[in-house]
Design a protein around this ligand. Sequence first.
Ligand code: FAD
Length: 376
Amino acid sequence: MQTIIIGAGILGASTAFHLAAAGANVTIVDAILDGRATAAGAGIICPWVSGAEDAAFMRLYTGGGEYYPDLIAHLTEAGETETGYRKSGAMLVSGDTKELDWLERMTRSRHAAAMGTVTRLTPHEAQRAFPPLRHDFGGVHIEGGARVDGRLLTASLLRAAERLGAKRRIGHAKPVLSGRRSVGVDIDGESLPADTVVLTAGAWGDAVLRTIGGRLPVEPQRGQILHLRLPGQDTRDWPVILPPGSHYIVPFDDGRVVAGATRETGAGFDYRVTAAGQHEVLTEALHVAPGLGEATLIETRIGFRPATNGIRPMFGWVPGFEGLALGNGLGAAGLTIGPFGGRLLADLVLGRTPTIDLAPFGLAVRRESGSAIALR
Ligand code: FAD
């Protein structure tokens, strides 16, 4: 039984690892496209503070956060030392006491054990936890918050999968059909047979499905994200900073501090750093953390989030085709959901019962003109 995975972002890499760990024959192929979301993602793992009200989505999202410690333990057992994950805490910050009261109440009401201790911090305490913070912002600290370097974790999953027998290929791939049955993959003109094909092509998922007459309601949402360095500062244990709104600051090792990010719908696959994008991210970051003003600007990364315009992430067999499974639509939450999602996809392929009900994330067919099929 051979499985081929198209797309080696965090979702595909995790699927490959879990399949290989279960003893399955698996090959994973990636075209190393510019704007791979996993290579640009900030890496905040703190789903408990999300304002999302969709219970099924929250089960998936918090399931993702809760799965991390187990996954890191599996990877460590498998000999991986550099996974890029650290439970360094997260801190909601604001200059408005009433807003902090509300954030504290909302966070505590989640009652999630994985969140650890929730502590209200005065502006002085908040600045001690994150020195570049403006002096009039207080905080709500979440002990179980974490951050992950998506590049390191994905590389670690792929290395571990290879040691368990998985094969890796570089190239542009598309499914090969016999009638409505998927029988393999074409990689730059070379055919590889497979019993099952799994599509985890992120923002390119629609383009891949179109090669076999399908459609997927996923489009790229461009994110521009800045990497700064504070020379000589020990940033390793600083918490993730979550101000009101969609911007944030994520400290890593060696003085590296990441400030993100734009959310640009409609920019397509335009792989460029724009003046407006750079301006937006720096303005937001320096407003919250003026202490970053002296940091060195090292690089700006660009990633295309697989966005679905309000539709839940998708995990399941592709209706209308045999032997074709798919995971997509992780949007702005994919570094959190991806590792868990990969385990769910592996369970699906192996015929095991996934640990959460996948029905709310299943795919439905909508027939359009001619033979084209739109999923969901
Ligand atoms: P991708 O990582 O994009 O992987 C898809 C892969 O498919 C790519 O490697 C591509 O090369 C390959 N591919 C495509 N077509 C083909 C083909 N035909 N043949 C072969 N290979 C192909 N999430 C969080 O949880 N927390 C965060 O803090 C966070 N911050 C983010 C910040 C930014 C700026 C961005 C852009 C994203 C952020 N995310 C975050 C979201 C997260 O990064 C994504 O949801 C996640 O990485 C998506 O993973 P994926 O594997 O589905 O897609």
